[in-house]
Design a protein around this ligand. Structure first.
Ligand SMILES: [Zn+2]
Ligand SMILES: [Zn+2]
Ligand SMILES: [Zn+2]
Length: 89
């Protein structure tokens, strides 16, 4: 973890990976997404802010789960919403 990581990110010892490469909320409503993020609190995989429905951000606000990981193949980073922190791993 690099020095910009916050306490939430530093508390993560093992990064949760996406179980399925799809936004579980978009699938329910037949919407499209751009990129995927996985919640590090509950493991939900949801769509990014470039996607029309921004489910990952909505989930973080509604649930208070702070940290997401990119679920894009080849991307290895974590981001914390309340601290606006970012770390690669
Ligand atoms: Zn944080
Ligand atoms: Zn979505
Ligand atoms: Zn969550």
């Amino acid at each position: 973890m690099d020095e910009t990581a916050c306490a939430h990110i530093e508390a993560i010892s093992e990064v949760k990976q996406a179980e399925r490469l799809e936004c579980e909320e978009c699938v329910k409503i037949g919407a499209r997404w751009v990129h995927l993020r996985t919640c590090q609190e509950c493991g939900a995989t949801l769509c990014c802010d470039d996607s029309p429905n921004r489910h990952a951000t909505k989930h973080a606000r509604a649930s208070g789960h702070p940290v997401i990981a990119s679920a894009q193949p080849g991307e290895r980073w974590l981001s914390c919403y309340p601290d606006d922190a970012f770390a690669t791993y």
